[in-house]
Design a protein around this ligand. Structure first.
Ligand code: HDE
Length: 697
């Protein structure tokens, strides 16, 4: 019987027997599967190489040893140039709105139609082993295995980008990645090279506002939005085009962490985001996003204040509504991370009939870059045959042949077309992909269109759409990042751009950076439009989850805790669809009453409160006031504006944290089942932001 890697044997189930040479052969009971070479030969001894005499030299003829080392030596492939750290899962897209009058794209052919998908989330700047909670843009790539071919929607969790033209991309990426001489800093934008480049690139200012906001420190993949960024085209069977922008809306609502939390999370659990996705799928709490589209015609585009082909601009939802057309559900973790998540090859050029490109110059450059990069990364042109990349919803039939690792070439003598043998596939003018007949005119030129020249108005619009607390986060992120720049001229240049975005923001930044003289505003070719209305949809705090579903309560316990109160909390969390984790001084359990040992999920020094959405503290006889990890736990939860439930027995700890007498909407007394329920009710919101102002003030 084949065992999956997840079916590991317990230590107790191991039987051991000593071999002739004294080596120990261990077998799990029932572990009947044979270990073989790649050629299928059963291996007799996987512990000792073949040697001439026990103390003698190792023999070259030991094919099992050589093959094992050879394969191991070649396990690594180049990591992605950007988006190297990622995590993927399988799922299904279900169409909820028939769009056949607008596009012939297969996934939207009828309401209820299901299409298999593979999704990979990522950070951009860090290498494969970097921590999940770096301040960074997140990738949100979706491969739809449709019945008319694979369609890849390779997006980010931010609807705009840093640059307007693909030719600038290598410079942007070089600037943010570790400097070539010193090879640091890793997975960070808080350094001279990045801000040097950015401060010389006014078109990046809108994206920079997003990057400095809490969007770049999401709570989890499951609480991020996703965006196709570029304007694409839907094309109907009749060849009529409608412009479209794609949005993924998380069913869990938008949620981010605070910067101090992000920094601490990276120490406590650098894999926090991948663990969260894995755990959610494992417990059957399948993450979901709605797919929304903004659809508009040429008329709307002509009258919109910005060029819809400029990837540094968005269309506010208030100007063009996001219409929901389907739901994405991730319900299957990968069997093997490398085979699937690492080898998946997304490409913006992977489109299907009914979906087409526009002349967005960033998109056009991407269409080249993604296919090109796969050749280097996956080693040859046959990566499309890997199961994660191969179409699942339709046949593949062509005359492509040979190349590294060919596994599925056509049979027979015919490998060309047209052929007179009456064999093999032919193109089909009606069923095949037909490009939208977009008219093209004009001289060849390297000129950036005038319609791309306003770099500040939407940066301002984003900023004024945020709550005061979110604006404070943007300001302190800017101050943090620019303070890491050793070169004063860079800080000054950045403030000169901020002056074109918001005077208050620029002045506060100059002040907190200790700039001395405030620079002049950066020159602009178009004045900032001061009349753009705030767009509440751009704020995280104005769009809270309204539910505790999929979120986590961390409960601190010590011996003699109130078992009935914990049971009440467990019930309330479970009714809210959340997860409860119990944190105690010893992982072996905590005594509820004299002989009643209650299991716990975490030892307190390994489970700081940054890992939880809300916390409760129910100590027993030991009030934990002299346990430093418990003090940090509660203090941090308070500083991070979390909802905190406290039993009467927590008084000593509260005092040790300097919080005696602290009272606000987020501090809840836990007495009984009713108070546990009302505590969970309050936890449905995000954080208690009023507390933050209290601290900053
Ligand atoms: Fe990418 N990008 N990108 N990018 N990108 C890559 O492709 C590139 C851009 C995005 O999960 C690379 O397979 C250029 C915008 C995601 O496997 C590479 C330009 C957006 C992922 C590449 C952009 C993205 C990538 C690296 C400017 C949001 C991860 C490895 C013209 C809409 C895909 C790879 C995954 C990955 C090039 C700009 C999103 C080098 C040249 C804008 C989510 O081909």
């Amino acid at each position: 019987m084949t065992k999956t890697p997840r079916q590991t044997a317990s230590i107790e189930a191991l039987t051991s027997k000593r071999g002739a040479g004294g080596e120990i052969h261990q077998h799990a009971v029932g572990q009947d599967e044979r270990l073989t070479t790649a050629q299928g030969v059963v291996i007799a001894d996987n512990q000792n190489s073949l040697r001439a005499g026990a103390p003698g030299p190792t023999l070259m003829e030991d094919f099992a040893l050589r093959e094992k080392l050879f394969h191991f030596d070649h396990e690594r492939i180049p990591e992605r140039v950007v988006h190297a750290r990622g995590y993927g899962a399988h799922g299904t897209f279900t169409c909820t709105r028939d769009l056949t009058d607008i596009t012939r794209a297969a996934p939207f052919a009828s309401s209820g139609k299901k299409t298999e998908v593979f999704v990979r989330f990522s950070t951009v700047a860090g290498s494969k082993g970097s921590a999940d909670l770096a301040r960074d843009v997140r990738g949100f790539s979706v491969k739809f295995y449709t019945d008319e071919g694979n369609w890849d929607l390779v997006g980010n969790n931010i609807p705009v980008f840093f640059i307007q033209d693909a030719i600038k991309f290598p410079d942007l990426v070089h600037a943010v990645k570790p400097a070539p001489d010193r090879a640091f800093p890793q997975a960070q934008s808080a350094h001279d090279n990045f801000w040097d480049f950015i401060s010389l690139t006014p078109e990046s200012m809108h994206m920079v506002m997003w990057q400095m906001s809490d969007r770049t420190i999401p709570r989890s993949f499951t609480t991020m939005e996703g965006f196709g960024v570029h304007t694409f085209r839907f094309v109907s069977t009749e060849g009529v085009s409608t412009f479209v922008k794609f949005h993924w809306k998380p069913r869990m609502g938008l949620q981010s962490v605070m910067w101090d939390e992000a920094v601490k999370s990276n120490g406590a659990d650098p894999d926090r985001h991948r663990r969260d996705l894995w755990d959610a799928i494992d417990r059957g709490d399948f993450p979901e996003w709605d797919l929304g589209v903004q659809m508009f015609d040429q008329d709307f585009a002509d009258n919109f204040a910005f060029d819809v082909l400029d990837p540094t601009k968005l269309i506010p939802e208030e100007d063009c509504p996001v219409e929901i057309i389907g739901t994405l559900r991730l319900d299957r973790a990968v069997d093997n991370f490398f085979a699937e998540t690492e080898q998946v090859a997304f490409c913006t050029a992977n489109v299907i009939p009914g979906i087409d490109f526009t002349d967005d110059p960033l998109l056009q450059g991407r269409n080249f870059s993604y296919l090109d990069t796969q050749l280097k990364r996956l080693g040859g042109p046959n990566f499309t045959k890997l199961p994660v990349n191969a179409p699942k919803g339709c046949p593949v039939s062509n005359y492509q042949q040979d190349g590294h690792m060919q596994t599925a070439a056509r049979k027979g003598r015919v490998n060309y077309e047209p052929n007179g043998w009456g064999e093999g596939p032919r193109a089909h003018p009606l069923e095949g992909y037909v490009s939208y007949r977009a008219p093209v005119t004009g001289p060849k030129t390297r000129l950036r269109p005038e319609s791309f020249a306003d770099h500040y108005s939407q940066a301002r619009q984003f900023y004024i759409s945020q709550t005061p607390s979110e604006q404070e986060h943007i300001l302190s992120a800017l101050v943090f990042e620019l303070s890491k720049c050793a070169e004063p001229a860079i800080r000054s240049r950045m403030v000169s751009h901020l002056l074109n975005i918001d005077l208050g923001l620029a002045q506060s930044a100059a002040d907190r950076l200790g700039l001395g003289t405030t620079p002049k505003a950066a020159p602009t070719s178009q004045p900032t439009q001061m009349n753009l209305a705030p767009s509440p949809a751009l704020s995280i705090q104005q769009n809270p989850p309204g539910s505790f579903k999929g979120r986590m309560l961390g409960v601190v316990l010590s011996d003699g805790f109130d078992g009935a109160l914990l049971a009440a909390l467990e019930k309330a969390v479970s009714e809210a669809g959340g997860v409860i984790r119990t944190v105690a001084p010893r992982i072996g359990g905590v005594l509820c009453s004299k002989d009643n040992l209650h299991p716990v999920t975490d030892q307190i020094s390994g489970a700081p409160s940054v890992l939880f959405d809300a916390v409760a503290v129910l100590p027993g006889v030991d009030g934990l006031a002299s346990t430093p990890a418990a003090v940090d736990f509660l203090k941090d939860a308070h500083v991070h504006c979390k909802h905190i439930g406290l039993s009467a027995s927590a008084a000593e700890l509260v005092e040790a944290c300097g919080l005696a007498g602290a009272a606000d909407d987020g501090i809840h007394t836990l007495r009984d089942a009713a108070s546990a329920r009302s505590f969970l009710g309050a936890c449905k919101g995000l954080r208690v932001w009023g507390r933050e102002t209290l601290f900053a003030g």
